[in-house]
Design a protein around this ligand. Structure first.
Ligand code: MTE
Ligand code: MO
Length: 321
């Protein structure tokens, strides 16, 4: 059962379907035509949240409850947007929020290529428009043994991939985050190889639980949470849920992933949440839900075993961690 904990949102405050992303497109058109002088005037229009409006106040229209929900208490929205991992914006948990304004998200294009019949580079707006948004209340379990419960707004990654028609050779999906060292302070240090890259096996990518998120808590994703487009794979450790995606490539062979490159003994390709496989430097048996003191047991596949364990039948998850 879904228990709504968001503050009541009056329907007049909700932008009509896709308005937010359509408006981004409209503004780009204006900018291209050199009509930028009219921009301030638009800021006051009802429903036309300006770029200056904080992301969390730009409401999205979505289906709720979506097909997958947990009745667990949602993590406090302020915690979920001020305690983040986003190394492009700094390595401390407070850095991503502090440096959020440095991430430039407009305009935003995504390239979908590799083993697909219809590769292309497409504006964010065109990428999202065909997909009805829905709410998915998922746990996010960081490998650092903390977790959150977040109401994401997004759509299944599989629906998007199908539009580009994967070929029969597409066995893996590689994701790439923005590379913009001029603006992103973390990318001027070599804490990781940039850009941040991640990957999934094709069946994981096509799985009904795997989504691309464009929002959280009923509103547009704040930059620190991976605006404008991020992956959410709820049965894997948080680092698989790559933020600010600019490229999705279908491949015949397993792609490299940032954390595996940086510390192969500690982070594998699969990275399924698994209390039975310890990180070399700490246990994964328990976790602290942000906002709580007591620790709770970590569940296999982060509690999604009934839906995903079959994907790994016959694999030794101690080796394929
Ligand atoms: N591009 C990029 N994506 C990323 C990261 C990152 O540093 N860069 N950190 C990952 C890690 S370790 C976690 S736990 C989640 C955190 O997501 P959140 O800040 O929205 O809770 O984002 C993941 N996605
Ligand atoms: Mo993480």
């Amino acid at each position: 059962m879904l228990i709504r904990q968001a503050p009541e949102i009056r329907s007049s405050e909700i932008t009509d379907p896709g308005l937010y992303f359509r408006r981004r497109e409209f503004l780009r058109g204006l900018a291209a035509a050199g009509v930028t002088a009219s921009l301030p005037a638009m800021a006051g229009l009802p429903g036309s949240a300006s770029a200056a409006t904080p992301a969390l106040e730009r409401k999205l229209d979505f289906r709720s409850p979506g097909p997958f929900a947990t009745d667990e208490t949602w993590t406090d929205r302020d915690d979920a947007t001020r305690y983040n991992n986003f190394y492009e914006l700094g390595t401390d948990k407070g850095d991503p929020k502090r440096n959020a304004h440095r991430l430039v998200t407009e305009p935003w294009k995504v390239t979908i290529d590799g083993e697909v019949a219809k590769p292309g580079t497409i504006d964010l707006e065109d990428l999202i428009r065909p997909h009805p948004l829905e709410e998915r209340i998922y746990r996010l379990r960081c490998v650092e043994a903390w977790s959150m419960v977040i109401p994401w707004v997004g759509f299944p990654l599989g629906d998007l991939l199908k539009r580009f028609q994967p070929t029969s050779r597409a066995k893996y999906v590689a994701f790439e985050s923005i590379l913009d060292p001029e603006h992103l302070p973390g990318q001027r240090r070599n804490v990781l190889d940039w850009p941040y890259v991640e990957g999934l096996r094709i069946d994981e990518a096509m799985h009904e639980l795997t989504i691309l998120a464009v929002g959280m808590y009923g509103a547009v994703l704040p930059n620190q949470n991976g605006a404008p487009l991020r992956l959410v794979v709820p049965w894997k450790y948080g680092f698989k849920s790559i933020k600010s995606i600019v490229r999705i490539r279908l491949l015949e062979t397993q792609p490299p992933t940032s954390w595996n490159i940086s510390a192969p003994r500690e982070y594998g390709f699969y990275s399924n949440v698994n209390p039975a496989v310890s990180h070399p430097r700490w246990s994964q048996k328990r976790e602290r839900r942000i906002g709580e003191w007591r620790k709770r047991p970590t569940l296999p596949f982060n509690g999604y075993a009934d839906r995903v364990a079959s994907l790994y039948a016959g694999m030794d998850l101690n080796k394929s961690f």
